[in-house]
Every structure is written in structure tokens, then in C-alpha cells.
Design a protein around this ligand. Structure first.
Ligand code: PEP
Ligand code: MN
Length: 342
């Protein structure tokens, strides 16, 4: 943190700032320029504490130098991505991790059909919502606990772990009894009580970027989960709201290299919610891999036109298999592997 004094601030004001900063437990290093004095402040306290020094007489502004997240931050000189284990599946290694399945769990038979298809095509983790965040309270809200039981059964038969969304602190305990990985959806990325509760639950977490959140907001949300005790977090870019109305969201693939630069956590991309159109999903899968993503999350339905939710952005099982085949050479070109049938 650096405190920048106003041009021509008298020495008495500089001394007063140094005194106040020192009294608060920091070390102050003044640097005297020709017109301007800046005071470098070093200490192990919260940034908010130092920002308040901006109100001292003679201070122009306070500038932050370090990043506000610590646990989620990439450590200097460490270039590797932290590997996150979900059951026996690893995210963040050489092999890309593909998460696939329906938007919503509708029936055991349907889920099993999709699960078999996506596993055969190279998916490693099954997805499906049992509790759905719907814009309308009149839309289907998910099968809830019955959906969790269906997911567990299908995942066990397929020998794949599954991820499902948790929307409410009151449901964390119940969902933990069934799920291998907990998903925090875009709408809850800044539900701080939920982030903390999920962080303390002891399961790996898939944290999706909020639709109006910056990359730094996402990393601060990860920091919440980590500071509550979890070390197993996977970040997910799923598109942000912009003025573009031709797509459901604007898939911000530049977030991938940004997140990888600032954080050691693995990053996956969800081109289904990121575009809202099934026909765009294959191209954006390839683009995400080329951008350095550690994996993908793709919505797949055995019969998209009959899907209860998000059919328009869901791939068919055959479409998913084709997409994986198209992705393999792109993965190889960037030094990654795409798994075959599990
Ligand atoms: C989902 O993945 O099921 C979902 C609802 O996505 P998002 O939270 O990104 O909208
Ligand atoms: Mn969906």
C-alpha cells in the first residue's frame, strides 16, 4: 500500500501520517520526490485499515499494490496449477477434465442414458441440477432430494463422481450426503453465508462466476470459500451479462488466462450457459481449451427438444461425442490430453 500526499503537502502533515501509520502497527517508508511525497506502508493488516488513512490531512489518495486475496492467489515463482481431486478424478493436471450432463435431473432413465453417453465420449464428472435457480418461481425448481438420490445412483453405476448445485445454506448438509462436489451457481457467487458454509463442508467446490462479477470478485468469492477451510476449489467461467443480445451471456474467455495468471486454482469453462445456443458450444469448447482452460462443463440431454430446462443450449449425446472428437487435436496442440472413454 502506498499513501500519496498532495502536491506541496507540508512536512508536518507527512510526519503526522507517518506517526499515525506507525501507531497503527505498520512500518512507514517515506519517499521524497521533487513535488510529491509518497509513503510506502508495510504491515500485515487488512487493506481496509490502510484505506482509512486516505482521510488524513494532506493525503491525496491511498493506492493498493498487493492483491486483496491471499489463499486464492498464485504464489510467486510457482507456475503449476493446484490439482483438485473429485473422487478419483483430478482437475488441473495434463488431462482436461470434462464435466457433462443435463441442466436438470429429470428421470433416472434419462440421466443414466446421458451419463453413459458422455462417459463413453470422455466426460469424467457427471453434472445435473436437483435444486435449480430459476428466474421464474413458476418454472420447474428441480426434483430436490429425489434428484440427489437419482444422481447418486446413476453416478455409482457409471463409476463417475457428480457435481450438483447448492443454493441455500440450509441444504448444504443434505446435499453433502449425496454429492461428490458442490456447485455454487452464478446467482450465488456473492452469497457470502453460502460460500462460508460450503467452504466448511469438506467437499470440493465448483465456483461459477457471477454474471455481473469481475475476475477479482470471483477470486474474492474463492477466498471466502478457502478462508472457511476448503482448499479444493475449481473456478468456472460461464459468461457475463453485456449489451450483446444474440447470446444468453458473453463468454469471457479472456478470464481464463487472467484467472490462471492471478490464481493457482484450476479453471474450467461452461460454454452452454456462456452462449445459450447448442450450435455455438462446439466452437467455444475448442476456444476455451486453446485459451488454457483445465476443463469444460457442458450441458447434454438425451433429447434436447424435450428438456425441462435449457434444451436450446444442450448438446445431444451424439453432438457431445462429435465435439469431444473435435476438441482432441486442439487439446494436443496446447499440450493437453483429452481422455477417451472412462
Ligand atoms: C448450472 O450450471 O446449472 C447453472 C444454473 O449455471 P449458472 O449458475 O452458471 O447460471
Ligand atoms: Mn442450465
Amino acid at each position: 500500500m502506498v499513501i500519496v500526499m498532495q502536491t506541496g503537502a507540508p512536512e508536518t502533515q507527512v510526519e503526522h501520517v507517518i506517526e499515525t501509520v506507525t501507531k497503527a502497527g505498520f512500518t512507514a517508508h517515506p519517499i521524497y520526490g521533487v513535488n510529491l511525497t509518497v509513503i510506502a506502508v508495510v504491515g500485515d493488516k487488512t487493506a481496509e485499515h490502510i484505506e482509512a488513512f486516505g482521510t488524513l490531512p494532506g493525503v491525496d489518495h491511498v493506492a493498493r499494490i498487493d492483491r486483496p486475496y491471499k489463499l486464492a492467489a498464485r504464489r510467486p515463482q510457482v507456475t503449476t496449477t493446484t490439482r483438485i481431486a473429485v473422487g478419483e478424478v483430478v482437475i488441473g493436471g495434463d488431462e482436461l477434465c470434462i464435466v457433462a450432463g443435463p441442466c436438470t435431473v429429470e428421470s433416472e432413465q434419462g440421466l443414466r442414458e446421458v451419463g453413459r453417453g458422455v462417459r463413453e465420449a470422455g466426460a469424467r464428472i457427471l453434472r445435473g441440477g436437483a435444486y435449480k435457480p430459476r428466474t421464474s418461481p413458476y418454472s420447474f425448481q428441480g426434483l430436490r432430494e429425489a434428484g440427489l438420490a437419482v444422481l447418486r445412483m446413476a453416478a455409482d453405476r457409471l463409476k463417475m463422481p457428480f457435481v450438483t448445485e447448492v443454493m441455500d445454506t440450509r441444504a448444504v448438509e443434505l446435499i453433502c450426503k449425496y454429492a461428490d462436489m458442490l456447485q455454487i451457481g452464478a446467482r450465488n457467487m456473492q452469497n457470502f453465508a453460502l460460500l462460508s458454509e460450503v467452504g466448511a463442508a469438506g467437499k470440493p467446490v465448483l465456483l461459477k462466476r457471477g454474471m455481473s462479477s469481475t475476475v477479482e470478485d470471483l477470486l474474492m468469492a474463492a477466498e471466502y470459500v478457502m478462508s472457511a477451510g476448503s482448499e479444493s476449489i475449481v473456478l468456472c467461467e460461464r459468461g457475463i451479462r453485456t449489451f450483446e443480445s444474440g447470446t444468453r451471456n458473453t463468454l469471457d474467455l479472456s478470464a481464463v488466462p487472467a484467472l490462471k495468471r492471478y490464481s493457482h486454482l484450476p479453471v474450467i469453462v461452461d460454454p452452454s450457459h456462456g452462449t445459450g445456443h447448442a450450435w455455438m458450444v462446439p466452437a467455444m469448447c475448442k476456444a476455451a481449451i486453446a485459451a488454457g482452460a483445465d476443463g469444460l462443463m457442458v450441458e447434454v440431454h438425451q433429447c434436447p427438444e424435450e428438456a425441462v430446462s435449457d434444451g436450446q443450449q444442450s448438446l445431444t449425446i451424439e453432438g457431445f461425442a462429435r465435439t469431444m472428437a473435435e476438441c482432441a487435436p486442439v487439446a494436443a496442440a496446447v499440450g493437453r490430453k483429452l481422455g477417451g472413454p472412462a
